[in-house]
Design a protein around this ligand. Structure first.
Ligand code: NAD
Ligand code: MG
Length: 356
């Protein structure tokens, strides 16, 4: 169990294999019997929906499953409106609760609905992807996308509890598992040398799956520390963005679904470190260590034919950005990072990767 302590309130994260079977018991420890909406997606509903619903009903809750199509497209204002209607039609009031059962998409969408429907009702997270278990389910950021912008509309709203059952990762495919691995590598690189060593000692993804709790807990601790220090993302929380500025640029320019978030971040971490090493901001040999780690888990360390112009545009957004400062995250060593403000044009140097 991990506790998250924030100024306003605190909550617990329970981490244990097969906890999902005891979900009713867990929720009864937090809420009085009431109406509960389990918001999930089609894939997760088919795998775990009835198990969760049955367990809640056995503990006296009136449980409804509200299912949205699997995929990022569901993180929309349209789905939000449909969910508001479902909640209203089923008589949900502020004393009732929402449980997010799914990956980061469901966590962000259900969290947004829970923090805005009737100005907020009770909310719990049951993350079912590795990315959601190590990253998105804690921290209290909720969001939906608009037509042209990701995560444009959202709230800061912490859950009242998080249940992590690593066993559900058994049904997750390799590419999706790697989305979480990329964030674990990032967390180790910026803040936890021991976690880095633990990752180094793993043979491959198979061993990682077997021992995943040993990685989830320290990864959550890295995120928790930053969130406790800077809940509303005004300062040190930016550390979590290591590799993300270039990563987002790559993701956005490659076209939807071509380069995943984790793949973009993996390449971004390598690119930013390579140039930082060249100008003496990151110690020699750090990038090689990153590359070895990323390769072991079959994430990319570089991509062919990157359109650096387009990536630069995506990072800087518009021409007015000229002359502005951009905060980037650099490694002081493996396990320690710093935030550095650079003129935005400097990104061109970080994106030039021809000279090896
Ligand atoms: P996702 O929620 O789309 O899940 C990926 C896929 O895996 C989906 O098709 C889902 O149905 C399926 N799935 C989920 N659990 C499964 C299981 N146990 N077995 C088999 N299949 C399963 O994507 P994600 O990668 O979990 O999350 C990405 C989203 O998270 C993005 O929208 C991103 O913006 C958001 N995010 C939010 C935060 C935050 O702090 N709020 C942080 C990082 C990412
Ligand atoms: Mg990320």
């Amino acid at each position: 169990m991990l506790k998250v302590n924030l100024t306003d309130h605190q909550y617990e994260i329970q981490i244990e294999r097969h906890l999902l079977k005891k979900v009713g018991e867990w929720v009864s420890g937090l809420w009085q019997p009431q109406r509960v909406a389990i918001i999930t997606d089609t894939t997760v509903e088919a795998l775990y929906g009835s198990e969760v619903k049955t367990s809640l009903e056995a503990h006296g809750f009136e449980a409804n499953l509200f299912v949205v199509p699997a995929g990022e497209e569901s993180k929309s204002l349209e789905q939000t409106a449909l969910l508001y209607d479902l909640l209203a039609e089923n008589g949900f009031t502020r004393s009732d609760g929402i449980i997010a059962l799914g990956g980061g998409v469901i966590g962000d969408l259900a969290g947004f609905v829970a923090s805005t429907y009737m100005r907020g009702l009770h909310f719990l997270q049951i993350p079912t992807t590795l990315l959601a278990q190590v990253d998105s389910s804690i921290g209290g950021k909720t969001a939906v996308n608009t037509k042209n912008a990701k995560n444009l509309v959202g709230t800061f709203s912490q859950p009242e509890g998080v249940l992590i059952d690593p066993e559900v990762l058994e049904t997750l495919d390799e590419r999706r598992l790697r989305e979480g691995i990329a964030e674990i590598i990032k967390s180790a690189a910026i803040a936890d040398k021991e976690l880095w060593e633990a990752l180094k000692n793993l043979k491959d993804e198979f061993e990682l799956r077997e021992r995943v709790e040993e990685l989830i807990i320290p990864s959550l601790k890295v995120k928790r520390k930053v969130v406790e220090e800077d809940e509303f993302d005004n300062g040190s929380r930016l550390m979590l963005n290591f590799g993300h500025t270039i990563g987002h640029g790559i993701e956005n320019t490659a076209g939807y679904g071509v380069v995943s978030h984790g793949e973009g971040v993996a390449v971004g971490m390598v690119m930013i470190s390579k140039h930082a090493e060249k100008i003496g901001q990151t110690p020699q040999g750090t990038t090689d260590q990153l590359i070895q780690m990323i390769e072991k888990f079959h994430l990319p360390t570089s991509l062919e034919n990157l359109d650096t112009q387009a990536i630069y545009q995506a990072i800087t957004h518009d021409k007015k950005a000229r002359g502005k400062q951009l905060k980037i995250i650099l490694l002081e060593e493996i396990g320690q990072a710093k935030i550095v403000a650079v003129p935005i044009e400097t990104m061109t140097d970080y994106l030039q990767q021809e000279e090896q």
